[in-house]
Design a protein around this ligand. Structure first.
Ligand code: PLP
Length: 408
């Protein structure tokens, strides 16, 4: 009989989202007519900006004309988009990234989930705790995580992040091969200072590790002193791969476009005492397993770099940032500890001592008809917190704030 990849059977079920949905449904049934507002969603709600829609329309027309029709595109992405990314996201900020070092894709989730394929099966992986679950689960599928005992994968190195270390992970006692860092962070909404990120780049260079740097939320950074890209740190080109997405930057969660930056000078061991460039390996992987992000979507992504596209996208991000600031203030007025929410669309709230994250979830649902995400779902260290998101429509966020204020 055929046998499955048994690593898939080791995966934990997504108890968090199943259980929150069940509780919300039960509340709705018991309270018909009561409007439930979700502050739990990790998806944008504002429509695509006009510059993106215009670019989509134009690209659709091109695809309908024999003279302009395009079939398979380059697996790495069209040159027009890679050049726009290199120019606007990197070179304009003084960062030396070549268009050839950029690989366009249909999402950072798949890039982050797939990238681990490039590392040996016995590599040790480090993640922060709490964490965006994709990093862990994709390594579980690859058989790299070991046994699951007491809420922890035995071969994964956890880097706890909490109030005691100001959400800045300490270097692990055991040297990992691959370190996933996500800043601005999902779920905590916190950021790393330049000095803290420099520490991690230096650590990776010293110890011979690779950093997989997820900066899907860099567009939310409001302070020039906080690094938007890991390549702002000297030496990062030798140790870091950067993942970015148009999802939360420009509302592309449904359209799908993202990219990975792999510097050509980044090398890892070849298992025989020599070194090999990760860039060439990812190129080979993509050419084998991927046929490129759609032309019309890449034209839409290019449009966010035009002067009007930039302006329109910034307005939408500003709206989410205002939601986050107002939500954070309302929660603080409830006497609770609030983290994140300034350089990120996520607010990480310490729940009061007399309850846990599920208890606080129940309290918000039953007293204010508001839905949050219990922090325990993002890792053992997420217990004691809930995550709120600022992606709601402004009117829903205002109503949520009014309900929160009524609780004070
Ligand atoms: N990285 C982080 C930290 C995220 O929170 C998300 C989406 O929620 C992604 C990556 C995925 O982005 P994409 O929509 O490009 O797949």
């Amino acid at each position: 009989m055929t046998t499955v990849n048994v690593n898939f059977l080791a995966l934990r079920s997504s108890y968090l989202f199943v259980e929150t949905a069940r509780k919300v449904e039960a509340f709705r049934e018991a309270n018909p007519g009561k409007k439930v507002i979700s502050l739990g969603i990790g998806d944008v709600t504002r429509p695509l900006v006009p510059a993106v829609i215009a670019a989509l329309r134009k690209a659709v027309e091109e695809m309908g004309a024999a003279a302009h029709f395009r079939g398979y595109g380059p697996e790495q992405g069209y040159a027009f988009l890679r050049e726009a990314i290199a120019g606007h996201d990197y070179r304009a900020r003084g960062l030396d990234i070549d268009p050839d070092e950029i690989f366009v894709s249909d999402g950072a989730k798949c890039d982050l989930g797939n990238f681990q394929e490039l590392f040996s099966a016995d590599s040790i992986v480090a993640v922060t705790d709490p964490v965006y679950p994709v990093y862990v689960d994709s390594n579980v599928m690859a058989g790299r995580a070991g046994a699951y005992v007491d809420g922890r994968w035995q071969r994964i190195v956890y880097l706890p992040c909490g109030k005691d270390n100001d959400f800045v992970p300490d270097f692990p006692k055991r040297r990992p091969d691959v370190i996933y860092l996500c800043y601005p962070n999902n779920p905590t909404g916190t950021v790393l200072s330049r000095q803290a990120l420099r520490g991690w780049v230096d650590y990776a260079r010293r110890e011979g590790c690779v950093i997989l740097y997820d900066s899907a939320y860099e567009a939310y950074i409001q302070d020039e002193d906080i690094p938007r890209s890991i390549y702002e740190l000297e030496g990062a080109r030798e140790v870091a791969v950067e993942f970015r997405s148009f999802s939360k930057t420009a509302g592309f969660t449904g359209l799908r476009c993202a990219y990975v930056v792999i510097p050509k000078d980044m090398r890892v061991g070849d298992g025989q005492g020599g070194k090999v460039a990760l860039h060439g390996l990812w190129n080979r992987r993509q050419c084998t397993k991927y046929n490129g992000c759609p032309y019309i979507v890449q034209r839409a992504a290019e449009a966010i770099y035009s002067p009007e596209g930039k302006k329109q996208v910034l307005e939408v991000i500003g709206e989410y940032q205002r939601n986050a600031a107002q939500l954070g203030a309302a929660i603080r007025d409830m006497g609770l500890d609030v983290h994140g929410g300034v350089h990120a669309p996520y607010i990480w709230v310490s729940v009061p001592g007399d309850t846990d994250s599920w208890g606080f979830f129940d309290r918000l649902l039953h007293s204010a008809a508001l839905v949050c995400t219990p922090g325990a779902g993002f890792g053992a260290n997420g217990e004691g917190y809930v995550r709120l998101t600022a992606f709601g429509a402004p009117e829903d966020t205002r109503e949520a704030i009014a309900r929160l204020r009524a609780q004070c």
